[in-house]
Design a binder for this molecule. Structure first.
Ligand code: AMP
Ligand code: ZN
Length: 134
């Protein structure tokens, strides 16, 4: 898609530190460098986020996420990973091309990767009735 930063990374118009590529996905270092090893996995075909991504691309992205996560823990000295995704601007998505952040973790690295949500406000039964898909 014209004007999409990540599509430009896929085409090579914008350079990146690419760590993995296959037919449907690529992974590269996030320039934010929020932590050591901060990586993004994206589909090579543009979709905005989890809300419009087709199942083929979604499966491919998650398989790459798993492949890299296993590589990081088996070969690169990490113990675990956090996976982060923002889908829609309301959720904090800043680049409108589907991506999963991988945050590699080490025991006792001191990183707090869990958001501070501030607690639920409504009755759980009410929210349950609103959300259930049964
Ligand atoms: P999000 O806020 O979840 O949409 O994340 C977008 C991420 O893309 C941020 O962590 C940015 O640092 C990252 N990002 C933006 N531009 C680039 C770029 N040219 N190369 C690598 N990462 C980028
Ligand atoms: Zn794109």
């Amino acid at each position: 898609m014209t004007n999409c930063i990540f599509c430009k990374i896929i085409s090579g118009e914008i350079s990146s530190l690419k760590i993995y590529e296959d037919d449907l996905t690529i992974a590269f270092m996030d320039i934010a460098r929020d932590v050591d090893g901060h990586v993004l996995v994206i589909p090579k075909t543009h979709c905005k986020n989890i809300l419009d991504c087709n199942s083929t691309l979604l499966n491919a992205v998650m398989q790459t996420v798993q492949k890299l996560s296993v590589h990081f823990t088996e070969n690169c000295g990490y113990d675990g990973v956090n996976l982060l995704n923002a889908s829609d601007e309301s959720a904090g998505q800043s680049v409108p091309h589907f991506h999963i952040h991988i945050i590699p973790r080490k025991n006792d690295d001191g990183i707090d990767a869990w958001p501070k949500f501030g607690g639920a406000k409504q009755d759980v039964q009410k929210i349950y009735e609103q959300l259930k898909l049964l």
